[in-house]
Design a protein around this ligand. Sequence first.
Ligand SMILES: Cc1cc2nc3c(=O)[nH]c(=O)nc-3n(C[C@H](O)[C@H](O)[C@H](O)COP(=O)(O)OP(=O)(O)OC[C@H]3O[C@@H](n4cnc5c(N)ncnc54)[C@H](O)[C@@H]3O)c2cc1C
Length: 335
Amino acid sequence: MIEPILKNHDLTHANTLGLPCRAERFAAPADMTALRHVLQQACAQGWRLTLVGGGSNLILPTSLEGLVVQPALSHWWLERQGENVRVHVGAGVEWHPLVMTLAHRGLWGIENLALIPGRCGAAPIQNIGAYGVELSEVLEAVHLLFLDDGRKVTLTPAECAFGYRDSIFKRELAGRVVIIGLTLRLTRQARPRLDYGDLSARVGPRPSALDVAEAVCAIRREKLPDPGQLGNAGSFFKNPVVARAVADRLLARWPDMPHFNVDAERVKLAAGWLIDRCGLKGWRDGHFGVHERQALVLVHLGGGDADELLTFAEGVAQRVHSHFGVTLEREPRKA
Ligand SMILES: Cc1cc2nc3c(=O)[nH]c(=O)nc-3n(C[C@H](O)[C@H](O)[C@H](O)COP(=O)(O)OP(=O)(O)OC[C@H]3O[C@@H](n4cnc5c(N)ncnc54)[C@H](O)[C@@H]3O)c2cc1C
């Protein structure tokens, strides 16, 4: 069935920041025929195209011209291969319920990524990661369509050029493709990854995948605001990666500064700690604030818009830069 293209569609509740936004046109194609149909229409009419998933990593302007497409391909199935299982999943499948369903079935690999909002189609864009695990570790393939000629292509993880919150979809392929599905490779063999934070203290000696997923959910609920209650996009800034000499200089002055070695030359710093040390935790200005428990999360208090949020975020980044000389990079993407 070809879903209608809706006009003047309200996206205020379709982004976790709760930013007011109206799309000139909106479609949520539920199968490949419908998806190809709307993409062809956008191309033929010369409409600007914006892709959205669950809207949990997006900064939406008050009005979006052209056509907003939210792929709603919601199929998924399992393919058994001995101890391993391939999971084929459409771009429109919600990530967190999928994680919980697979953990419940005793499949290991993505349990540490529980409670990350959003849909599967956006998961490779920033190579979602949490509690010491990144999507790229379990991803076997990304299936996509090129927007210019409708070509269907499958990329291997190596071709996706994954990095920390990074991939080819933010670079060479930005704005050129729509992701239609993923293939994940999970296993029935227990392989808990508990070395991050206090995760190991939250589970018993031989946890199931579901135990780990539930522990991750419990920790996240304690630390992060629920977007259903308080608008936010999770971490607003990436943890900055700096040259070792820069980290050494900062550590000489702030010996308690959290830091993680990336390689011989580079060190990752904790953006939340840097913001907190500028005295900004809980800071509010206008309709936005820095969350009082987690300084990495900027919250929408209601009544604000994208421009005001970007100005507020710039103010936070400037304070960090003048205090530490470190540049913060935004994580959510502007539509
Ligand atoms: C409370 C909270 C906690 C979070 N925690 C984490 C975390 O721990 N780790 C982490 O990595 N992220 C985290 N995030 C960020 C976010 O959940 C992820 O980046 C998620 O993958 C975004 O999915 P989405 O469907 O909401 O994408 P959207 O926000 O809708 O879109 C994100 C980007 O992907 C593009 N896009 C969407 N779908 C497609 C598609 N099918 N094809 C091509 N492009 C597409 C959009 O154009 C946009 O540029 C968190 C967010 C929130 C609100």
